[in-house]
Structure formats: C-alpha cells, structure tokens
Design a protein around this ligand. Structure first.
Ligand SMILES: [Zn+2]
Ligand SMILES: [Zn+2]
Length: 398
C-alpha cells in the first residue's frame, strides 16, 4: 500500500498554497460566505467531485468514493471556512482586500488543506475501500451569538453515515513540522454569561428609598471572586472571569436602578460547568435580594468542550508518525480556546489535532486572532498528508 508522502506531489503543495492565498485575499465571516463557498464549489467541480449544500447553512459537503456499492466505513474530515472582523496588519502581498475582515484564525489554511485532500484522494478514489466525506463548514467563530455552523450541519444529519470525524487547527505555539494531539477533553466549553440587576433609583441623599443595582453587582463580583476557588475540586480546570460592568446611569448623585455584568465560564466538563453556573445563578439571586432588587441571568453552554476519543487519536497518531516521524508527533496539553468541532465530537468518535505553524525565522509566532497573524505555509502540506494517510490507513483496515 502506498503512503501519503509518496502520493503527495510538489504540484499538490503549490495548489494548496495558491488556494490558501486566494481565500486569504477575500475573507468572509459567519454564514455570509458567498465567494468562499463559490470558490470551494468551483474547485470541486474542476476535480469532478460531487458535492451538496444541503447541510446547515453556507456549507459544502463533498463525497469521495460514494459510487461504489456495498457497506463501507465512512471517514469525515472537517475544515472551517470563516474569517474574523479584524483589520489585517500583516503587510502580506496577498493580504485581505476586504476592509475590516481577516483570516486571522487560519481557516483559509484549513479550507485549502481540505481542497488538497480532495485533489489527492480523487486520484486514488478507485482503490479506496472506505468513503470520505469532506465537510467545508461556515461560522465556527460565532460562539457569542449561538450560531455554530457545525451544530446546524449536525442537526441536519451530516454525520449519519459517518464512523469517525477528524479535523485540525493551525497553531503557532507548535513548530512547523510538528503535529500535536491531546486525548480526552481538549478544548473548553464556551459559556458567556450576562447578569442584569434591577433595582430602584433615587437621589444619592435618599438611599433608604433606593434599591441599588450597582451595589448588587459589586457584591456579586466580590463574593464570586472570593468563592470561586473553593468551588473547584482537585483535578478540575475552570477559567472564569467577570469582564464587564455597566450601569444604567452616569451621574454623581443618582443611585443606579440597573447594572449589567458580562462574564465567562469555561471548563472541560459539562457537570463542572453546571455546578458553577448554578452557583452563579444562586449567588446573583441572593446579592439582588440583599438590596431589595431582582436579577435576570442569561447563561448556558454555546459550544460544548471537544472530547477527543483516545481510539481515534491513536489512529491519527499512527498517521502522523508516517508523515512526520515519531519524534514530531507529540502529545500536547489541552487548549483554552473553544471550538465548534465539539458538536461533531459529541456524536461520533473524533480527533481534533494541532498543526504546528510556528517559524520564528519567518516571524510566524503570533497568537490566533491577532491582526498580524502569520503561518508557515509549509505546514499545510503536512496537514493535508496527515488526513490522506489517515484515510489510506482506514481503507487498508476495511
Ligand atoms: Zn478562531
Ligand atoms: Zn479557528
């Protein structure tokens, strides 16, 4: 059986980089991806690959080896396509030509790699003993407005015939040439919380007539910060911070009848999230009562934590070793970011791995979402080959 390193050509590498640069020039966000989707569809058409837009919103799902009769295992590979509302400051010759938008999270690279996977697999489609579903997904970056592209595709049954699903994310903390996996929970859930305290205003000299909403909010912040550590049991990981406080007024002598807090709660475990979220609700309630007011709490997980199945991780690791060698396929720590790949990971055995894109000589060192975010494009071939190798191995096993 051949390997991805043998199948993958110089032209494939060039193709992926060209695709990435085309996508980089025209970043689009959320579900508004007309040019991006057209580009992906045109590329698939030119390769003679069937595809559909019937899952979720603004997605493209392509099919490899779906014509062969009989029951075959199905592998899904996912790439997100959306960019961010960021003004690009990279100075790249192929920098964003769309003011106010930038591919600052590397999804241009993810999409280009998946097109590369399509191109390589199409050449050997006839020899495959498994099917492959390529998921080009919209709106990954929308955890705050509850509009996950992955969730909509899952709701429409995109994984119904799928046995395993894999994806990767570029990572400038990991050197180019290196691939990383963290088994088990690997990205946090996202739980953005809004607390609105309601009281009664009065003149500052008549506090006995007021119900001070600002005092409720301040008491909540103080008690929450003091008590959080005690809520977290050994072995649990929790990130939580109060990040904004606004009041109804802006005056020297009127007691506020309204205060709003925005805060974040991130964990790797639904039960831990629920325990702390319940605590937040109870504490907010008691703080509002103390000053004779009330509170409205808007909380709940938007994106769950991604759970990497050790079984699929072991298989991806084997593919990685074949591509980059044992010493460059490493175990990494878990990530503090949230990712809507989690929706797939809750339905099917999955692995979300890290693609090293760091190169200090080329200044590829910035954090995701920075306006000067650069990646070492040589990594894209490595990511593509890893997916191809993973498919070859599944085909071999079938
Ligand atoms: Zn991002
Ligand atoms: Zn991302």
């Amino acid at each position: 059986m051949t390997t991805a390193n043998v199948l993958f050509t110089e032209e494939d590498a060039k193709y992926i980089i060209d695709c990435r640069r085309t996508l980089h020039r025209w970043p689009e966000g959320g579900f508004e991806l007309p040019k991006t989707v057209s580009f992906v569809e045109e590329q698939l058409d030119s390769m003679g690959i069937e595809h559909t837009d019937k899952y979720g919103l603004s997605s493209v799902v392509a099919f490899i080896n779906y014509k062969k009769e009989g029951k075959l295992p199905v592998v899904a590979i996912r790439a997100d396509m959306d960019a961010l509302p960021v003004v690009e400051k990279t100075g790249l010759p192929f920098a964003s030509e769309r003011e106010g938008y930038m591919h600052a999270c590397g999804h241009d690279g993810h999409t280009a790699m998946l097109l590369g996977v399509a191109r390589v697999l199409k050449r050997i489609e006839g020899t495959l003993k498994c099917r492959v579903k390529l998921l080009f997904q919209a709106s990954e970056e929308s955890s705050f407005d509850k509009r996950s592209g992955a969730k909509l595709m899952c709701d429409d049954g995109v994984l119904d015939d799928v046995d395993m699903v894999v994806a990767c994310h570029v990572d400038n903390n990991i050197d180019v040439g290196v691939l990383g996996i963290h088994k088990g929970p690997c990205t946090t859930n996202s739980n953005p919380i809004t607390l609105e305290f309601f009281g009664r205003s009065s003149h500052a000299t008549r506090p006995e007539e007021a119900s001070d909403a600002l005092a409720m909010a301040v008491l909540f912040i103080d008690e929450y910060n003091k008590g959080l550590e005690a809520l977290v049991k050994p072995g649990e990981v929790v990130f939580s911070a109060v990040c904004a406080l606004h009041t109804g007024g802006d005056s020297y002598n009127v007691i506020s009848d309204y205060a709003r807090i925005k805060m974040t709660l991130r964990t790797y475990n639904d039960e831990v999230n629920d325990r702390i979220e319940n605590h937040i609700r109870a504490l907010a309630n008691s703080c509002s009562k103390k000053f004779g007011g009330s509170v409205k709490v808007d909380a709940g997980i938007n994106y769950p934590a991604t759970i990497n199945d050790p079984k699929t991780c072991d298989l991806v690791h084997k593919a990685q070793v074949k591509v980059v060698g044992e010493k460059n396929a490493i175990e990494v720590g878990y990530d503090r970011i949230s990712e809507d790949f989690s929706f797939y990971s809750r339905i099917r055995s999955s692995c979300f791995f890290k693609l090293g894109t760091r190169n200090e000589k080329k200044r590829c060192i910035q954090a995701l979402h920075s306006n000067d975010f650069l990646i070492d494009e040589n990594a894209l071939s490595i990511g593509c080959k890893t997916f191809v190798q993973f498919v070859l191995d599944r085909s071999e096993e079938a």
